[in-house]
Design a protein around this ligand. Structure first.
Ligand code: GDP
Length: 445
């Protein structure tokens, strides 16, 4: 997501790098480029205008810092403004004082509501809640069944109308689900409602009726980021027809431009609370404006990366890795293999690398990185003897040949791996020192 914008902005900034100071003409030219970049990213015009005006004013203003060069100053201003336009602070979910908290989802058909309901329920469960999913989409064929499948995958209970018992009246189903939640001690209720293909009076009325009947703590408007400018129109229609407290952007994985994300907050005044980035239950996260801005400006998203790691590994494993890092010299090919396998569990390697600072410009190379490379490396290491893994320096020509034939690769590949391992070992020592890991040279004592 945001590739187009990211590329454009990065090139705007790099053209500033050579400048000692910025004249008004430089600032105007830069703002023009930023304007084009935003328009190309499908950001709504009023948002573009407000954004550029703000950047221009601040760049011309007295914010001259001795610590930053002109290019860095512009990057900082754009970063600040991106965070603002994306909503400023991260907005957390509100919970009711007396459970259950009620979250209602509204949006067009196909926006990804049902999928989102499953993701949200699982996320809530991981946070220690006991959610209940409620099927109030009685319009779309199979919607109830789809929610039941989602519930199974998320390991969360689903409340659906029983045949002959209030079937066909979503308002009644919603009302009864709250009583059911109280009886079964669910502390959060997530209500999936019916959408239509287009903005439709009847759909709005039904959603408004459900809202009136259950008085939700949060009404979340779910919108497909791929519909671009239409997201803004749809958001406005739902604002008027039902009203909502927060926005969930879905299918951010499919939208290279990201205009919806950058427009919807400014236009509706409502925060983006969650982002959905794929069809799997895991492809979901709390929306953090500051992290998203960093990602757009290719400053990396280390925090998300760390959280993803924490989610994947338990603390014991993490402590083990940290211990290995701190011990530097003891880092062997065995550890290298083990860590590589841990990283693999976090997801496709190119997604992970994409979150590292500066990786945006290497996107083409990243796309060529294939998880199968990792499997080849694993095969090579597994063809080594324990002694070779512990002390790769002993790997001479004949050992290389044996390992190559054992793992089905060329002798050169084996040699390259060993060289890369030594480099990694060296780098880890440097990183560990720089991070101030106790006990490392240069680290905290
Ligand atoms: P609903 O009609 O609003 O309930 O929408 P669904 O939950 O049925 O989703 C419609 C389609 O979009 C389904 O095929 C989902 O798998 C897909 N989908 C939902 N969220 C995402 C997402 O974040 N990324 C992608 N690529 N597909 C998604």
């Amino acid at each position: 997501m945001f590739e187009t914008l990211s590329d454009r902005l990065t090139s705007v900034f790099s053209s500033l790098r050579a400048k000692g100071r910025l004249s008004d003409a430089d600032i105007d030219a830069t703002c023009r480029e930023i304007r084009i970049a935003l328009l190309e990213a499908d950001v709504a015009l009023p948002v573009v205008k407000a954004f550029v005006a703000q950047v221009k004013e601040r760049a011309r203003g007295a914010e001259v810092s001795q610590a930053l060069n002109p290019a860095q100053q512009v990057v900082k201003i754009v970063n600040d403004e991106l965070i603002q336009i994306l909503g400023g602070e991260t907005r957390r979910l509100r919970h009711a004082k007396t459970p259950p908290s009620v979250i209602m989802l509204a949006g067009l058909q196909g926006a990804g509501k049902t999928t989102l309901a499953g993701k949200l329920a699982r996320w809530l469960r991981e946070q220690g809640h006991v959610p209940l999913l409620v099927a109030c989409d009685l319009q779309r064929p199979n919607a109830v069944q789809q929610l039941q499948v989602m519930g199974e995958r998320a390991e969360v209970a689903v409340y659906a109308p029983e045949p002959g018992n209030g079937v066909g009246d979503p308002v009644e189903v919603a009302r009864r689900s709250i009583d059911h939640a109280v009886r079964q001690q669910h502390d959060v209720v997530v209500i999936d409602t019916a959408g239509r293909l287009g903005i439709d009076h009847e759909m709005m009325r039904q959603a408004a009726d459900i809202r009136a009947a259950v008085d939700p703590d949060e009404v979340l408007f779910v919108v497909d980021a791929m519909i671009g400018q239409d997201a803004v129109t749809t958001a406005q229609a739902f604002m008027d027809g039902v009203g909502f407290d927060g926005v969930v952007l879905t299918k951010l994985d499919g939208d290279a431009r990201g205009g919806a994300a950058l427009s919807v907050r400014h236009i509706t005044g409502k925060p983006i609370m969650f982002a959905s980035t794929g069809e799997k239950l895991d492809d979901f996260d709390v929306f953090h404006p500051d992290r998203m801005a960093s990602r757009i400006l290719d400053m990396g998203d280390i925090l998300t990366l760390i959280e993803q790691a924490q989610r994947t590994f338990d603390e014991q494993e993490a402590a083990k890795v940290a211990g290995k890092l701190a011990s530097g010299d003891n880092f062997t090919l065995e550890d290298f293999l083990e860590q590589m396998m841990m990283v693999r569990r976090m997801g496709p390697i190119k997604n992970l690398l994409g979150m590292m600072p500066g990786m945006g410009q290497m996107r083409d190379q990243l796309n060529e990185i294939d998880d199968r490379h990792l499997d080849r490396i694993a095969a090579i290491i597994r063809s080594m003897t324990p002694a070779e893994r512990t002390d790769p320096k002993i790997i001479n020509g004949s050992r290389r040949a044996r390992i190559a034939s054992g793992s089905g690769v060329t002798v050169t590949e084996v040699g390259n791996l060993v060289i890369r391992f030594f480099e990694a070992q060296k780098m880890m020592k440097r990183v560990a020192g720089g991070m101030g890991i106790p006990g490392m040279p240069g680290g905290r004592k």
